[in-house]
Write a protein that binds this ligand. Structure first.
Ligand code: MV4
Length: 453
């Protein structure tokens, strides 16, 4: 059984995990860098340990310091949150070598899913639909040419070690293939220490839809519906909603079945996300699997009533899921990522003190945040200051509630994405619900807060 958890993260997700622990009667130990000494996570945790200076490499990514903090405070498990060490198989092994439960999957599964080419191999074996492309890694640009011809242009060159669009290139003209291969491979080598590439036919006008799963590794699988995540900028999601307004029931059901098959095939344990690309024709293709809790998990919690962090703690302690199959979905939820960035200045990060912060309250509102009035946003980390989650019986009512909540929200001292969300929520294509990953670029002229000041 888990009695004391070290929370190896910061910001809103550290707060989220501490809260789940406390509701289960589990003690929570925070770790913090010197930039986060006065953070809400430190205040809410039962104990807190400083693990180094502000740069992530010296603190939140410092495996020895994190493990030592768990040992000296008598923790029996580590929750990694998202980012930082959450998808690092070396860290998972270091945990088990030190008799600490890592709240997540096995390092073997993490390794397979971390390499996007090997993840596709695993999913091919599980019978999931894949975008046509190279069977695995490409040896060279020459190797890519016949495969690109067979798939049909445009094609995408993707980094095997990538994810999130780094080391990715769209090739529309065969004449550019060799140059773009070299560029992408060099970018991947610099970013990930691995220049390995694979190739796929580009699915145009695609939707990014992901299925949330919770698995106990003992045969118990719970499918928790999907999230529509197509509204993003440079592969950073801005707004997510559940259910997807684009899917019909038949597609939703087929995607759930595919996700279930994937989890069964690999014997998955933990919360996880299977990302799919969905074309305009509603055909769907496996993209990537994320073996961690995700930023946008609250929209799923809102429409299922399931506490996913509680589920993670339960399965990590060796208990079977209480409920398996398909979670019952009710109503609609939207998450807005309030980032300290200036949308009128190309989303430039806006560090500084939040001299005023009045988040929304009331029926159907959840705010996941580590910020408070007077909070100084350190420049060392991501710019997420709060997640505003709204839910209601219908999408229309949820949009109205989100607009009401945004109107209540007051932030002074830093620029945020607040005004951009108002623009999106009243914009016709968003309201129509069939937007794709091209939304922000396509709708820019109708989003006044994006116009350069
Ligand atoms: C694609 C695609 C179209 N066709 N693959 C971007 C990040 C990485 N996770 C996969 N990505 C894409 N892969 C094929 N074969 C379009 C994207 C893509 C995208 C995907 C999800 C969310 C936003 C996106 C924005 C641009 C491109």
């Amino acid at each position: 059984m888990i009695r004391r958890v070290l929370v190896a993260n910061r910001g809103e997700i550290a707060v989220r995990v501490i809260r789940a622990c406390h509701e289960l009667g589990i003690e929570a130990v925070a770790v913090y860098s010197t930039a986060d000494r006065d953070s809400l996570a430190v205040r809410l945790a039962d104990r807190a340990v400083c693990i180094g200076p502000p740069p992530p490499n010296l603190s939140y990514l410092n495996q020895a310091n994190v493990i030592a903090a768990a040992q000296i405070t008598g923790c029996d498990a580590i929750h990694p949150g998202y980012g930082f060490l959450s998808e690092n198989p070396t860290f998972v092994r270091a945990c088990s070598e030190n008799d600490l439960i890592f709240i997540g999957p096995s390092p073997e599964i993490m390794e397979v899913m971390g390499d996007k080419a090997s993840a596709k191999d695993a999913m091919r074996a599980a019978g999931l639909p894949l975008v046509p492309g190279s069977p695995g890694r490409l040896a060279s640009a020459d190797d890519a040419r016949p495969l690109a011809e067979a798939a049909g242009y445009p094609v995408l060159l993707k980094a095997a070690a990538g994810g999130g669009g780094r080391g990715m290139r769209l090739v529309e003209d065969p004449a550019d293939l060799a140059d773009l291969f070299t560029q992408a491979s060099q970018e991947a080598l610099a970013a990930f220490g691995d220049g390995g590439m694979y190739l796929e036919k580009a699915v145009v006008a695609a939707h990014h839809v992901e299925i949330q799963v919770l698995c106990d590794g003992q045969g118990g699988i719970l499918i928790c519906g999907e999230r529509e995540c197509s509204i993003q900028r440079r592969h950073q999601k801005l707004l997510e909603e559940a259910p997807s307004p684009f899917l019909d029931d038949a597609t939703r059901d087929a995607m759930a079945t595919a996700a279930e098959q994937a989890c069964r095939h690999i014997g998955y344990r933990n919360a996880g996300t299977i990302e799919f690309l969905v074309g305009a024709d509603r055909r769907f293709y496996f993209m990537e699997m994320n073996t961690r809790l995700q930023v946008e998990h609250p929209v799923t919690e809102a429409v299922t009533g399931i506490d996913l962090v509680r589920g993670q703690l339960r399965v990590a302690s060796g208990l079977p899921l209480e409920q398996t199959g398909r979670a019952t979905l009710r109503g609609h939820a939207i998450e807005l990522r309030l980032n300290a960035e200036d949308p009128s200045r190309n989303f430039m990060p806006s560090a500084g003190t939040m001299t005023r912060f009045r988040p929304p309250l009331g029926l159907g509102v959840r705010v996941d945040t580590h910020a408070f009035e007077g909070y100084r946003i350190p420049p060392n980390y991501d710019s997420l200051v709060a997640k505003l989650i709204f839910w209601a019986d219908t999408r229309e009512a949820c949009i109205a509630r989100a607009l009401r909540g945004l109107a209540e929200t007051e932030v002074d001292g830093v620029s945020t994405t607040r005004e951009l969300f108002r623009d999106i929520l009243v914009e016709d294509r968003f309201r129509g619900g069939t937007y794709t990953t091209a939304y922000l670029a396509d709708a820019a002229a109708d989003l006044p807060s994006l116009v350069m000041s």
